[in-house]
Design a protein around this ligand. Structure first.
Ligand code: FAD
Ligand code: MG
Ligand code: MG
Ligand code: MG
Ligand code: MG
Length: 552
């Protein structure tokens, strides 16, 4: 059922002709998912697809296990081992058939509840590969793009490390640099230049890449290129004062020391301002501009919003924000039926101070104009659900409960008789919003959000039949679902030489070979299928026995 509208081919889904043969099913709502990365795939794997008519749109017809991308750059793991075709993932879903279109969404039209898509595969067809898709619910999980901060020459001269193709290109480029530096007609300076590898950005990705490149060079390539191996240099450039700033200080220091011992040149406090074809220019307040020749550069300095999402944000009145904002239920603010998960969005945590008068009114059951500790206690669970920062604040101040907070607001008044008026209540809670946390752009966050959202979708019908759902949230009436809550399970920073730093919940730090084994087992477990798990483990085994492959 395809109809033409304004030059575009409108795709009218599950048309009337199909309904004739099928038993009389109630009309299912259309869910359209953009993206097959961590957020989109986890959403789909947890969605009860019998309840919806699901269409998936992504320019990539596979899911990629991004945490192993740095291992692909050194050939420790093969590209095939970390990707799973999306059609294979969807095929395993019980229930309704899911449709997949290999295309890119380039415009969201929230007024008409439809999106504009374009497929590279259809550019020679009618409509130039463009088509429209209607939705009732849109799940935006398109991830982010690499941020160059508009630094000149980066796009032209640097590698990024975001996609599987990027990792493959980097690997080829490393090998080319070695082969080039081996050619007979080069002088020493030119050999050195070709063997200077620059990594820009001291975050987890940049650090892991630098470490895996160092392993590749020292463990494998040094044997194959003995006459030039002493000319190899790896530089890691970071604008801040330290690398891995999102980790505990102990990890940062260990990483900096280890890299120092390994001969990786860590340049902190340097900002790259220009990348030319064969020299990279960086700035430091003390030294001014310096230019260094390089053979290959990898740019890994944070993420930015995709242009079509920027356009969408302007349309819905989010033009002044940097990242697409959702509420705590992952609903895009001011936009009916649109949800967003993962790196493309951020949760706009509601502030206590915005609702303080409302909270006061609800809590003041006896309408006395003051709140007793008991009155506050009675609504506290609801407050914790709606405003998790309150709990975090009490914990950070080592307060045992709300009574402590009340007492501290009152000065040191006696326990039983304390009551707070609105001004005192405001004062007591005035600092809690400082504990609002922004979630990091990680696979862990994206997949937990995808899973949460799928569960909400699975219960949506039930919730519509029982609108007075189980969760009451004071100051806001009743809500059908609990807000999304992130559970941090810890984070790894592989540092090379079979050593990994791990920061687990409760600030449990472990660094060294044992954490490397933990890393292997966690990433083997987290594989999306038994097929990729087998492949990854056999890649690791092969590497242990034979070393990394250096043919390209
Ligand atoms: P993505 O996984 O990036 O998926 C976005 C999807 O949207 C892709 O399928 C893309 O093709 C598709 N898409 C793009 N544009 C469009 C469009 N216009 N229309 C439709 N679809 C579109 N996180 C961790 O927690 N642990 C790690 O160890 C870790 N290591 C990493 C290593 C590297 C090298 C990188 C790059 C990232 C790493 N991350 C890690 C971060 C993690 O990969 C991201 O946070 C995660 O991928 C975010 O998921 P997402 O679904 O938001 O986006
Ligand atoms: Mg995704
Ligand atoms: Mg991904
Ligand atoms: Mg996010
Ligand atoms: Mg009262």
């Amino acid at each position: 059922a395809a109809a033409s509208s304004g030059g575009l081919v409108a795709y009218a889904d599950s048309g009337s002709d199909a309904a004739v043969e099928k038993p009389q099913l109630p009309q299912r709502k259309k869910v359209v998912v953009l993206g097959t990365g961590w957020g989109g795939t986890t959403f789909l794997r947890n969605l009860d697809t019998r309840l919806y008519d699901v269409q998936v749109i992504s320019p990539r017809n596979y899911f990629a296990f991004t945490p192993l991308l740095p291992s692909v750059t050194s050939g420790t793991v093969e590209p095939r081992s970390i990707v799973e075709p999306i059609r294979r993932i969807l095929e395993k879903q019980k229930g309704g058939e899911i449709k997949f279109w290999e295309a890119e969404c380039f415009k969201i039209d929230p007024q008409n509840k439809r999106i504009h898509c374009r497929s590279d595969l259809g550019t020679n067809l009618e409509g130039n590969g463009e088509f429209l898709v209607d939705y009732d619910y849109l799940v935006v999980a398109v991830g982010a793009r690499t941020n160059t901060f508009n630094t000149p020459g980066v796009v032209e001269n640097c590698h990024f490390l975001k996609e599987v193709e990027d990792a493959q290109k980097i690997r080829r480029s490393v090998m080319d640099c070695f082969e080039k530096a081996s050619l007979p007609f080069l002088d020493e300076e030119e050999r050195k230049k070709n063997l200077h590898f620059v990594v820009v950005g001291g975050g987890p990705t940049g650090v892991e890449f630098a470490a895996s490149l160092h392993d590749f060079v020292t463990e494998d390539l040094a044997k194959l290129y003995p006459s030039i191996q002493h000319l190899v240099k790896i530089s890691l450039i970071e604008a801040a004062d330290h690398i891995l700033t999102m980790f505990d200080k102990r990890i940062t220091h260990f990483a900096e020391d280890k890299f120092g011992r390994d001969g990786i040149d860590v340049k902190t406090g340097y900002k790259v301002v220009k990348v030319a074809k064969d020299a990279i220019t960086m700035q430091n307040p003390a030294t001014g501009d310096i230019s260094v020749p390089y053979g290959m550069a990898v740019w890994s300095t944070g993420i930015g919003t995709r242009p079509f999402i920027v356009e969408f944000m302007k349309q819905i009145g989010q033009g002044n924000r940097r990242v697409l904002a959702t509420d705590e239920w992952l609903r895009v603010l001011e936009c009916d039926g649109v949800y967003a998960v993962g790196d493309c969005a951020t949760i706009n945590q509601r502030r206590v101070m915005e609702d303080i008068s409302e909270i006061f009114k609800v809590a003041d059951k006896d309408k006395s104009g003051t709140l007793t500790v008991k009155e506050i206690q009675d609504v506290l669970d609801d407050i914790y659900v709606r405003y998790p920062q309150v709990q975090l604040y009490l914990k950070s101040k080592q307060m045992n409960g709300i009574a402590d907070l009340v007492r501290s607001a009152k000065g040191d008044a006696e326990k039983e008789s304390v009551e707070l008026n609105i001004e005192e209540f405001k004062k007591a809670l005035s600092l809690v919003d400082s504990q609002v946390k922004f979630l990091p752009a990680t696979a862990q966050v994206a997949s937990q959000q995808g899973q949460y959202l799928a569960r909400c979708f699975n219960k949506m019908k039930d919730a519509e039949e029982h609108p007075e759902g189980p969760i009451r949230i004071r100051g806001e009436g009743r809500h059908r679902f609990r807000p999304f809550r992130y559970r941090h399970l810890g984070q790894f920073a592989p540092l090379g030489g079979e050593q990994t730093a791990a920061q687990l919940p409760g600030d449990w730090i472990s660094i060294g070979h044992s954490s490397q084994w933990l890393w292997y087992s966690v990433y083997a477990t987290k594989q999306i299928s038994w097929r990729t798990r087998m492949l990854v483990v056999s890649d690791w085994t092969r590497r242990f026995i034979f070393g990394r492959d250096s043919s390209c």
